[in-house]
Every structure is written in structure tokens, then in C-alpha cells.
Design a protein. Structure first.
Length: 180
């Protein structure tokens, strides 16, 4: 469907054509009237109207020697439908961050768990989850980390190294301080 909308996006990309659509939404108008409103030559208006007609956004009615142009809202409805479809594919308005986190974590936990995800955002989701398993401001021995993280990651040391590098954990001799 998006390819059939390409002429529409091209037509809407130009601010002069958007201005013409605004004027046509108010009332049917001829080339000379539109030219007077926009301060453009009739030839330029005719060119823009040709692009709008090709995109299905405008049409005209002949009255003698004159053509009255009018807005064709069906093309806009097709575009709105396509945009709505895109929006619904994510399940909610905007970027569905919670669903992304859940999917990334599920992918990691259902996989081999032998290494952290390569993708930076997915990697951070997994690291955030491991960090959330720890109590804040607590000193933990490596044995305690093994007990907490071991069932979820083999090996779990890369998780420790990455969280230390990020400053979310601090090493104090043989213990790890949970910060952040």
C-alpha cells in the first residue's frame, strides 16, 4: 500500500501544495483565484494542481472555459488509514518500550544465555534486568552473585564486567557494591 501512496507523500512534501489544499478545503477555486491567494503565477499553480491531481488529492469541474478545483478527501483517508495501521502494529500509540523490553528479555532468557545480546538497546535491557535482581547499596560476595545470577546466565561474569564498566556496580576487594 505504501507504494500507491508515494505520489501523495510527494505532493504533500511541498509547502505550496499544502497551502493549495488548505484553500481547496475551504472552497472550490479556479487557478486565477488560487494564484491571487498564494502570490504565485497561474502557470506555477497549474503545475502544483497537476501534481495534486496525480496524487488523487484534487480534481476539477469544468464550467465553460474555466476549471474549478476541489479537494478529494479519499486520498487523505487512504493515507490516514495507512498511518493508523502503522501505529496499531506496535500495539499502542508511540514506541511501546515495555513490550520491547519484555520481548528482548524473553529472547535472551529463552536463548542459550551464553553471551549478552549484540544489539546495544537489547543488551541494556538485559543488563537492567540483571541489575534489578540485586538490592541497592548492598555488598555482595561473588558467591552471592553466583547464587542470584547463575540460574539466568552461564557464564554470568560478562554481566558483572559490563555493570562494573557502567559504574552501576563497584568492586571493593572481594565484594561487589550495588549502586545506582
Amino acid at each position: 500500500m505504501s507504494q500507491t501512496l508515494d505520489p501523495l507523500w510527494k505532493a504533500l512534501a511541498d509547502p505550496q501544495r499544502r497551502r493549495l489544499l488548505d484553500l481547496l478545503a475551504e472552497s472550490d477555486q479556479g487557478v486565477l483565484e488560487l494564484a491571487a491567494h498564494c502570490g504565485l503565477s497561474p502557470a506555477t499553480i497549474s503545475h502544483h494542481l497537476h501534481v495534486l491531481r496525480a496524487a488523487g488529492l484534487a480534481a476539477y469541474r469544468r464550467e465553460g472555459r474555466f476549471r474549478d478545483y476541489f479537494l478529494q478527501p479519499a486520498a487523505l483517508e487512504n493515507a490516514a488509514h495507512w498511518l493508523s495501521h502503522l501505529k496499531q502494529r506496535r500495539g499502542r500509540p508511540g514506541w511501546n518500550q515495555e513490550a520491547y523490553r519484555e520481548q528482548s528479555l524473553a529472547r535472551y532468557l529463552q536463548g542459550s544465555r551464553q553471551s549478552l545480546p549484540e544489539h546495544p538497546r537489547q543488551r541494556q535491557v538485559v543488563l537492567d534486568w540483571f541489575h534489578s535482581l540485586l538490592e541497592r547499596d548492598r555488598l555482595l560476595s561473588l558467591e552471592e552473585l553466583e547464587r542470584i545470577w547463575g540460574p539466568h546466565a552461564r557464564p554470568w561474569e560478562p554481566v558483572l564486567e559490563e555493570l562494573l564498566r557502567q559504574g552501576r556496580l563497584q568492586q571493593q576487594e572481594r565484594y561487589i557494591l550495588v549502586s545506582d
